[in-house]
Design a protein. Structure first.
Lengths: 295, 169
C-alpha cells in the first residue's frame, strides 16, 4: 500500500495528464452525437452574448451586401406572388390558397395543416466559420422562439445547413460546409430531376461535390441543382448550387462526379431562414413503422 | 504589475484575440494561425506542473466553447502543458535560467533558445489539434501541409507578439 502511494506520488503529473486528456477525448466523442444539449458550445449564454456584441459591429460593414440580397429576394418573391400573374380566366386551374392557414393572433395557432407544410422563421447569424473541416453558424433565435434541433436552414439564395443544438435564445447550425459522412443533402438536377447527394470536400467554401447522378442524365455547366424534398428537412426546389464541372467518377463508372458552385455565399451570410416542417413527425412515424414491418 | 495579474490579463487578451480576430481571418484553407497557446508558453518557470496543466485545460476549454470544437483545443493544450517542463529542461543552461526573469520570453531565454522552445511546442500543439480536428489519416499530405503551414503562421505571430510586449531593456 505504501509503495502504491509512493508510486502515485512520483507519477502524479503523468496521471493528471492522462486524466485531463481522457476528459478531453470523452468530450470530443460526446460532441459527435447529433442530438446533444447545449452547455459548452457557442449557443451558451456567455459566448452567445459575446458573439452577439461582436456581430453588432461587424454587421455594419456588410449592410450593403445584405441589403442587396434582401432586395433580390423580394423581387423574386414579388415575381412569384399570385397578383403578378394575369388571372382573367379563373376557371382554368386549381389554385390553393396557402396563405391563411394560421390564426392572426400572436399565438399563430395552426388552423389547418392540410396544405401548409413548412413554416419559416427568420434569424440573424451572429457567428460563422468557413475554414474548418466542420463549420458551424450561431444564430440568434432559440427554443423560446420555436427553434428545435434538426430543422433545415436556408439563406435567401440557397441551402445553409441543419440546426444542431439549441439553447433558450441561441442555436448552433451545422453548416453544409462539413466534411463528414453524416452530412449530405439529398439533391436533384433542376432540369432532369435525377437524384443525387451533395457533400463538401473540405477544400473550398465556394464549391461542393454532387455524387450519384447517373451517366444518362443530361448535365450542362450552369444547371441549377436543387433540394429533392425527400429528407423532410428542406422543401423541394431550394437551390443548392450550380453545376461547374462534370467528370466521370472513373472510366467504367456509371455515375457523374459533379463540382457545384454553391448558391449560398458562406463568406457573408447575415440572415437565414429556419424551416419548420409541420408534417415531419407524421412522415417520420409512417416511415419508421414501415421499416419495422419489413424487418 | 504582479505576475498573477499579468497572466490573468494575458489569458483574457489572447482568448479575445483568438476568437474575434484570428478565427475570423481567412488566409487559406491550409493556414489557420493560433496564438492563444502563448499563454501556456509564457507561464512562469517555477509554476508547479499540475497547475500548468490545469491552466492549459482551462484555456483550451474556454476556446472550445467559442469555436464549437469540444475538447480538441483542450486536449492539445494539456499535451503542450505536460511537455513544457521537458523542453525547458533540455534548453536551460547549467543551473537554470536567471532568477530575475521569471517567465519564458525572448529576453530571459535568448532569441534562439526561445524560438526553439516556441517552435517545438507550437508544432506539437498543431499536430495534436489538427489530427483530432481532421480525425483520421485519410489524407496525410493535406494534414502535414496544414500542420507545417499553420505552425509557421503561428510562430510569426508569436514572434510579433514578443517583439511588441517584451522589448529589450
Amino acid at each position: 500500500m505504501r509503495n502504491l502511494i509512493i508510486f502515485f506520488r512520483r507519477y502524479f503529473n503523468f496521471f493528471l495528464f492522462l486524466l485531463l486528456e481522457v476528459i478531453c477525448i470523452v468530450l470530443v466523442f460526446q460532441n459527435n452525437n447529433l442530438q446533444r444539449s447545449a452547455y459548452l458550445n457557442s449557443a451558451n449564454d456567455i459566448s452567445g452574448k459575446m458573439y452577439d456584441k461582436y456581430n453588432n459591429v461587424q454587421y455594419y460593414f456588410h449592410l450593403k451586401a445584405t441589403n442587396d440580397s434582401l432586395v433580390a429576394e423580394n423581387t423574386r418573391l414579388h415575381n412569384a406572388i399570385r397578383t403578378s400573374f394575369d388571372s382573367v380566366v379563373t376557371g382554368t386551374g386549381l389554385k390553393i390558397d396557402t396563405i391563411r392557414q394560421y390564426s392572426d393572433d400572436t399565438l399563430h395557432r395552426v388552423i389547418g395543416t392540410q396544405i401548409r407544410r413548412y413554416k419559416y422563421f427568420e434569424a440573424k447569424v451572429i457567428n460563422n466559420s468557413v475554414n474548418k473541416p466542420i463549420n458551424y453558424l450561431t444564430i440568434h433565435r432559440g427554443s423560446l422562439q420555436g427553434i428545435r434541433p434538426n430543422m433545415g436552414v436556408i439563406s435567401s439564395s440557397g441551402v445553409v445547413g441543419v440546426v444542431r443544438s439549441v439553447s433558450d435564445n441561441y442555436a448552433v447550425v451545422l453548416s453544409m460546409l462539413s466534411k463528414s459522412n453524416s452530412v449530405s443533402i439529398s439533391a436533384r438536377l433542376g432540369q432532369g430531376k435525377e437524384m443525387g447527394s451533395v457533400h463538401w470536400d473540405g477544400d473550398n467554401a465556394t464549391y461542393a461535390q454532387l455524387k450519384d447522378i447517373p451517366k444518362s442524365a443530361k448535365v450542362h455547366k450552369g444547371d441549377t441543382v436543387v433540394t429533392s424534398g425527400f429528407s423532410a428537412l428542406f422543401p423541394e426546389n431550394i437551390p443548392i448550387g450550380y453545376v461547374d464541372t462534370v467528370m466521370l467518377s472513373d472510366k467504367a463508372g456509371t455515375s457523374f462526379n459533379i463540382r457545384l458552385r454553391l448558391a449560398t455565399n458562406f463568406y457573408n451570410v447575415q440572415y437565414v431562414y429556419v424551416i419548420e416542417n409541420l408534417l415531419k413527425d407524421e412522415q417520420q412515424r409512417l416511415e419508421d413503422s414501415t421499416y419495422k414491418l419489413i424487418k | 504589475m504582479s505576475i498573477l495579474l499579468r497572466n490573468i490579463i494575458r489569458f483574457a487578451f489572447l482568448l479575445l484575440i483568438q476568437v474575434f480576430v484570428l478565427n475570423k481571418i481567412l488566409i487559406h484553407q491550409l493556414v489557420s494561425p493560433y496564438l492563444y497557446m502563448l499563454f501556456i508558453l509564457a507561464l512562469p518557470f517555477n509554476l508547479p506542473r499540475p497547475v500548468v496543466m490545469l491552466l492549459g485545460f482551462l484555456m483550451g476549454i474556454s476556446l472550445d466553447m467559442f469555436s464549437n470544437t469540444m475538447g480538441i483545443h483542450a486536449a492539445a493544450c494539456v499535451f503542450v502543458a505536460y511537455l513544457r517542463p521537458f523542453i525547458i529542461n533540455v534548453l536551460s543552461p547549467q543551473g537554470g535560467f536567471e532568477t530575475t526573469q521569471k517567465t519564458p520570453s525572448m529576453t530571459s531565454m535568448g532569441v534562439s533558445q526561445f524560438l526553439i522552445y516556441a517552435a517545438v511546442l507550437v508544432f506539437l500543439h498543431h499536430v495534436v489539434f489538427f489530427t483530432l480536428e481532421v480525425f483520421g489519416f485519410g489524407n496525410p499530405l493535406y494534414l502535414m501541409l496544414k500542420i507545417l503551414l499553420s505552425t509557421a503562421a503561428s510562430l510569426i505571430l508569436i514572434v510579433l507578439y514578443e517583439l511588441l510586449f517584451f522589448t529589450k531593456k
